[in-house]
Structure formats: structure tokens, C-alpha cells
Design a protein around this ligand. Sequence first.
Ligand SMILES: *Cc1c(COP(=O)(O)O)cnc(C)c1O
Length: 468
Amino acid sequence: MDTQTRLRALPKIDEMLKDPRIVERLESTPRSIALDALRFAIDQERARVLSGGHEVDVDGIMAAALAHMAQRNQPSLRRVINATGVIVHTNLGRSILSPAATAAVAEVAGGYSTLEYDVESGERGSRHVHVESLICKLTGADAAMAVNNNAAAVMLGIAALARGGEAIVSRGQLVEIGGSFRIPDIMAESGAKMVEVGSTNKTHLADYEKAITPETKLLLKVHSSNFKVVGFTEEVDLVELVALGASKDIPVFEDQGSGVLLDLRPYGLPYEPTVGESIACGVPLVSCSGDKLLGGPQAGILAGSQEVISRLKRHPMARALRLDKMTLAALEVTLRTYLDPERALAEIPTLRMITTPVETVRKRAQALAAAIEVCTESFDVVVQDSIARAGGGALPLADIPTAVVALLPREGNVVELESRLRLGSPSIIARIKEDRLMLDPRTLSDDELDIVAQSLGRICAECHAGKA
Ligand SMILES: *Cc1c(COP(=O)(O)O)cnc(C)c1O
């Protein structure tokens, strides 16, 4: 049979649209996506026939079209399962919200709300009120506000306090946070002239003192949240910097980074200054992220003196950087949970995952291993000790002891196993170390443990079916 005759067997799109499998899919799939998928599958088959002289495989076209449709019909932004043990995973959405915060988001998203309405007076209210008093209560600050993220908070703080003037910062703190967020660039964008003092490893109070001129409008301190300089190092204490600023009538702004509200040392984590400790040093302005160690939604929190915060609130950039109602709802509930620190540790997922004792994680790893045990023909399964990470550039030196399920496929290879889990539905993200696939239950909920076990069960059943 020649190629042209073979090609005549290619199905028509109109015919395929009548196939019950497609008809069923059309209930949940827009027609345009279905048409694209059918066209794609037919074109692919045509190319295959033209290049290889095969017969047209109609079932193959249908399978390819259905698979393509399913893939195209799923949202681009969707849930995944994080089995990496990296808790504040930047690429996987940083902190996840508590059930209470998630419910609050759904509540205000699906209905009208008190976003800028004062129910008592029946008049216009301020969107700042939902989080301001909570931030003040939790940090001891006199005033506070929240914006889109900490990068925005830093820009707003510098623009409002130092635009057109000089801002002094230590050379040891010219941090890059990721992407294009570098302190020198943010300074430039905020309209302040950066004056660097000290050296990479050491900066003294006298370095700041000497650099102060009539143009100096701000002393900036950036917390080295995502790296550590060790050895022969020295930084100026916040207290000293605040005293210097006060004596010269120059505000101090500390970018605190990860947003630690509770001392995590009792849980075996290294010391990180809390936002409250910074405020207690008398700093007029401190900022932090909402979705790193604080465990809330993406946001930038600004806390400090009445005078500074009201300047920030009045700044034109504040409007451009303001939070939407869904984020405010999540942030308010997350902050409210902190009013009872025990509850915060138990209910805010980031705090819970960071502080879960390794014995508890090991028990969960053993349960997961037992659930996978049915597939021991496919995998060599062991529970072993490993290290989890806070992630998100926070607590960079903290090794969090954890226990993982390590899988060694008996046939095929670990790279293929990793990609099958990642491309499955839902996607399961795991890491490979020393030729084994590592699944860390520290970042998995109980439901997700079941899903991981089921997915592995499916994968090994498919392998057996493939061999049979
Ligand atoms: C993470 C971080 C930022 C940026 O915060 P985002 O919330 O990601 O915008 C800024 N400064 C420091 C010190 C940080 O650690």
C-alpha cells in the first residue's frame, strides 16, 4: 500500500468529535481545546505515517488526543505535592496556609466584605485596620501596615524615607535575595543614593558615623537571612545603630527578611532575631516577608513608629503596592493564630513542619514505607536519616534532622521514576540523592502520604503490565 492510500485512513475531526470518549470529555473541556488536541494528534500521526510507512493507528490517535486534552485542560497554576523536605520551597509557592487562613480567603473571595467599610459607623473604612493592630500586638510596634511582598516593603521604606538623599548601608549587607532583587538596585529604583561603608566582613559604628553628611536621610540594615559570613566578622548591633540614628535625627530601617515572630531555639533551630526584638531595640522601621518563616501569604510587613508608618501610608507608591482582600484575609487569620503561640506552632503549616520532632517524621516515613512495601518487587525501600531545609533563603545553616523513604528501583532507573511522579496527576516533587529517590514526609500531609503511596502503587502496576 502506498503512503497516499495509507493517509486516507486518517480519521476526520468531525468523525472523532462524535466518538463517545470525546463527547464525554466535552462536558468538562472547552471545544477549542478539544479541536486543538484532535488536530495535534492527527497531524502527529500523519507525520509518523509519512516518515515511517506505518499503517494509521486510529486508537493511537484517540489516546494521544485524550492525553493532550487532559494536559491542556488543567490549570497552569495548580497544586503539587512537595516531598522534597524543603519547607518554604520558593518554586513551589513558599509557605502554605493553615486551614483557617484558607477558609478565610474563600469566604471573602466569594462574597462582599468589610475590606474598606466600617460596619459600626456605616462609613468608609481603611484596609489597613485588618492587620495593623495584630502586627502591633505581636511585635510591640506602635504602627504597622502590609504591602505586596517584602521587596515592595523595602522599596516603599527607602522611597518614603530617603528619596533624593543618601542612605548608608554596610558593604556586608549588599544582599541579593534572588532574581533581580539586589539592595543596590532597589536603592537606585527608590531614588536614594547608596553610600556603602565598611568592608565585606567587618563594619564598625565609626564607619557609619564618618559617612553621615547633611544629605544622609536613612541608615539601612539588611539582615543576612539567606547567607552567613563566618570567621573574622563584625556587624554593628541594631541598638547601637538606632542610638546613632537618634543622636543625628536620622531614621534606621531594618529589613529583617524572614519574618520570625517566635523564638524557634527550643525546637533545635538556630537563633534568628524576631521582629519584636528589633522593635524592642527602638528601630523606627522594620520589614519582613509574610510567606517565609512567618508562614502566611505573600506579603511585606512594615512595623515601626507612628510617624514613619504614616509617612509610608501616605506615599503614592503605597497604593500601587497595596494588598488585595484575599491576601489580607489570609494574613489576618495567620497573625491572629499567633496570639496563641502554641496554636501557631500546631496550626501554621510552616511552623509545624519546621518544628516536628524527627521521631514523628520517622514514624510517618515508616508508615509510608509500609504502604509502598507491596511494591517491593519494583523498589528497594528503606527508611533512612536525612536533612531537611527551611528553604526560602531562611535559616541557611540550619540542618533540620529528618527521616526519608529512599527508593531504589529494581528495574528502570531513578531518573525515570522521578519524572513519572512529577508528570503524574497530581504532580509529586521528590529529590534524587545517591541514585535513590528520596521522599520526605516532613513536608507531606497525611492525605498526601496516601496519594504518594497510591501513585507509586500505580507506577509499579504499570511496570508489571508493561512487562507482561
Ligand atoms: C526574602 C527577602 C526579601 C524579599 O522578600 P519577598 O517577600 O520575597 O519580596 C528582602 N530582604 C530580605 C533580607 C529577604 O530575606
